[in-house]
Ligand binder design. Structure first.
Ligand code: URA
Length: 285
């Protein structure tokens, strides 16, 4: 059976309806050709009608979680990421290497590669999880609501990503440089694949201190699955951060959802301020 001709006005009306309802982007990691799927479904229905076969159950909607790459492909991508990261001799070269890396499917769904913001000469480097919608649009980390909260948190201890220099400056990046579809948490395969870039990023920026925001970057740098509510506030030296002291703290997006937890984040910020002022990192091990 021939596919139905496209009813363009109806398609545009459906799209406008979705936009009015608040949909402002597609969220699948992989593009889906709905026209081909609809044509195939019509053909299958016609064939079933002919054979009088019972209708199969409708397919479940496509999951937002990543399709795991074949084992060999993933291993190759990790090797390639490590090779590119090691070859980068400057932050600009590292940014270009990440932009040129084709091993991660997230890149295909992202508008921008989100590399970093702030002064790379700052004493502290903050590492978040992954860009969200606003960051993906602007190509900079932490520019949405959680970024505004992060800026206020930094200001409370005398730091500012717009200031240059080691005293007041702050340098900000993420574990993943591309937005995961639907703003889900980074998958462990993605973290494992892209960690080499973060390690090299820390090595090239060479901050005195790394502060991780949320569970994923702490787990990646400590090489274990951490519970952020237990790990937060506990300084540790991390081999993957070049042996530097790392302070895990709560993610600003979590603090927006759970404002009562801000007191704990405040304690972590005061601990960071004290170390910046010369105190030894407490409990660092
Ligand atoms: N959350 C993150 O972890 N990073 C961003 O850049 C924005 C939101």
């Amino acid at each position: 059976m021939d596919p139905q001709p496209l009813d363009r006005p109806a398609l545009i009306a459906a799209l406008l309806f979705q936009m009015e309802a608040g949909a402002d982007e597609c969220i699948g990691a992989e593009p889906v050709d709905r026209f081909a799927a609809a044509a195939a479904a019509r053909e299958a229905a016609a064939a079933r009608a002919e054979a009088r076969a019972p209708l199969p159950k409708p397919a479940a909607p496509a999951a937002l979680s990543p399709k795991p790459p074949a084992e060999g492909d993933a291993a190759e991508a990790v090797t390639e990421a490590r090779r590119l990261a090691a070859a980068a001799k400057t932050l600009d070269e590292l940014r270009a290497a990440i932009e040129g890396f084709e091993g991660c499917a997230l890149k295909q769904g992202a508008r921008n590669t989100v590399f970093a913001d702030g002064d790379p000469a700052a004493r502290v480097m903050f590492v978040g999880e992954a860009p969200g919608r606003d960051e993906d649009r602007e190509g900079k980390p932490f520019v949405g609501r959680s970024g505004q909260l992060l800026d206020r948190m930094l200001a409370a201890i005398g730091l500012d990503r717009r200031s240059a220099g080691p005293e007041r400056g702050a340098y900000i990046t993420n574990l993943l440089p591309w937005r995961p579809a639907g703003d889900r948490d980074p998958a462990s395969e993605e973290a494992a694949m892209l960690l080499a870039f973060l390690e090299r990023h820390i090595e090239l920026a060479a901050p005195e201190i790394v502060v991780t925001l949320g569970r994923a970057p702490a787990s990646a740098l400590f090489d274990e699955s951490v519970s952020i509510t237990r790990a937060r506030g506990r300084w540790r030296n991390a081999t993957r951060a070049g042996g530097r002291p790392v302070l895990p703290t709560l993610h600003p997006a979590y603090l927006l959802r759970q404002p009562a937890e801000k007191a704990k984040a405040w304690r972590d910020l005061l601990s960071l301020r004290a170390v910046l002022d010369g105190a030894p990192p407490p409990e660092a091990r």
